[in-house]
Design a protein around this ligand. Structure first.
Ligand SMILES: [Zn+2]
Ligand SMILES: [Zn+2]
Length: 423
């Protein structure tokens, strides 16, 4: 069986050319102007992605049978530019303008209302509809969803959804641009969003929506919805409405969304073996209208609901269900019953991914402890599995595959490293 693994050490490259190299490109999305380096450098150390580890493994995309697709890595066209966090920090400072405008009860209600509206746009729009197609709707409501989503100023809907699809393909591997396991926590939280190397939209990865010219138009004007919303808020609620209602809800929506990429891959519990570090976290689920059930979501990404149990509060799904009663959305997808009951058998692709995760966790442990590289014993892999994976009846099969992969790839990698040693 041909392995889907590639050692990510610069010598063994992914087999296919970067997909974006042949992607027809629309006009580049706006990127922030670069400020003077001396000012930026101290701030940047916060965001810096960790250098790729030599022992890093890259997983290719797999189909349902566990066979490896030709993979494509989203690569930068402007790798030399560096992330500039200043505008993002200035936005946070602008929230302090409330000292001058005052904070009224009506502004706080407006803030809550706009937070819920924007968060619904993020969860039901960007995420569950455009990235995962977990329900169906009309072309008109599809546009409305995209517009609402973009009022949260998280770039175009096609950009957001295509990047998110790659997150699921490569979650917590070197090709995942916002994995806290592979980069620094702050880079996974928001650094990747402002990093110019991630500003391209992978149009091939979202071809199912590029056929709608109105969505492409929105993509080309990503900040039109938030600017229009800001003008309306200012006209009807004045300066305090703009600062407290608009800016505070914008910042809250940013961090709630970013927490799913950062915290929801670090803190919480795993119910399902997903081959990544996704977690269920009830506090995040409340704050993000249901997105905190992130391990559930990684287990069945195409479900419109992310809270699988009755007590797993998922406000976005409740709203979608109400919308379905009026025929605004329909065909909401549900997770398979066997999965919710915990008797779902993982397919070959998932087993492969889980085996890969074990090897990656082993490599990370060696890198952390600065131990020499070696092929892991099955006992070492089992200890990692017990610590990092939820209990599952398929552990022995996952361990066997991990052992097989290790023996297939590590000797070649070791030989390469030895050949590279000076002298
Ligand atoms: Zn995730
Ligand atoms: Zn997702």
């Amino acid at each position: 069986m041909q392995s889907f693994l590639r050692l990510h050490d610069g010598a063994l490259q992914p087999p296919s050319a970067p997909r974006c190299a042949e992607t027809p490109r629309l006009p580049t999305l706006t990127s922030s102007p670069t400020l003077r380096q001396p000012l930026i450098l101290p701030l940047q150390s916060l965001l810096q992605a960790r250098a790729p580890r030599q022992l890093d493994w890259s997983a290719g995309e797999m189909n349902e049978d566990g066979k490896r697709h030709e993979t494509a890595t989203i690569k930068s066209h402007n790798d030399t530019e560096t992330p500039n966090p200043i505008p993002f920090y200035l936005l946070h400072v602008s929230a302090l303008a409330a000292i001058f405008t005052g904070v009224h009860a009506a502004d706080l209600w407006l803030c809550l209302g706009l937070y819920l509206l924007r968060m619904f746009g993020v969860t039901a729009g960007y995420h569950r509809y455009f990235a995962h197609k977990s329900f169906k709707t009309s072309r008109v409501f599809q546009f409305i969803l995209a517009f609402i989503a973009q009022t949260s100023a998280q770039r175009g809907v096609l950009w957001w959804a295509s990047h998110h699809r790659n997150h699921h393909r490569f979650s917590d591997t070197a090709q995942d641009v916002h994995s806290p396991a592979r980069t620094s926590f702050w880079y996974a939280h928001f650094g990747w969003v402002i990093d110019p190397k991630n500003h391209e939209t992978d149009y091939d990865g979202i071809a199912d929506f590029t056929k709608y010219p109105e969505l492409v138009w929105l993509e080309r004007n990503p900040y039109l919805p938030p600017v229009l919303l800001g003008i309306v808020v200012w006209l009807f609620a004045g300066w305090s409405g703009l600062v407290v209602g608009y800016v505070w809800s914008l910042i809250a929506c940013y961090h709630a969304t970013f927490c799913i990429n950062s915290l929801a891959h670090v803190h919480g519990r795993q119910r399902f073996v997903t081959g990544d570090h996704s977690r269920n976290n009830w506090m995040l689920a409340i704050a993000t209208m249901g997105e905190g059930w992130h391990n559930n979501h990684h287990a069945f990404p195409n479900a419109a609901r992310q809270g699988f149990k009755w007590w797993e509060f998922d406000l976005s799904f409740l709203i979608l269900r109400i919308l379905s009663w009026f025929g605004i959305v329909w065909d909401l997808r549900h997770p398979p019953k066997e999965m919710v009951q915990g008797i779902h058998l993982p397919g070959p692709a998932l087993m492969e991914k889980a085996a890969h995760q074990l090897l990656q966790d082993f490599a990370d442990r060696l890198a952390k402890a600065r131990e020499g590289w070696r092929v892991p014993t099955v006992e070492e892999l089992r200890a990692i599995a017990i610590r990092n994976m939820p209990k599952n009846p398929h552990l022995d099969a996952i361990l066997a595959r991990a052992e097989e992969l290790a023996s297939e790839w590590m000797p070649a990698w070791l030989a390469q490293q030895t050949a590279r040693q000076p002298g």
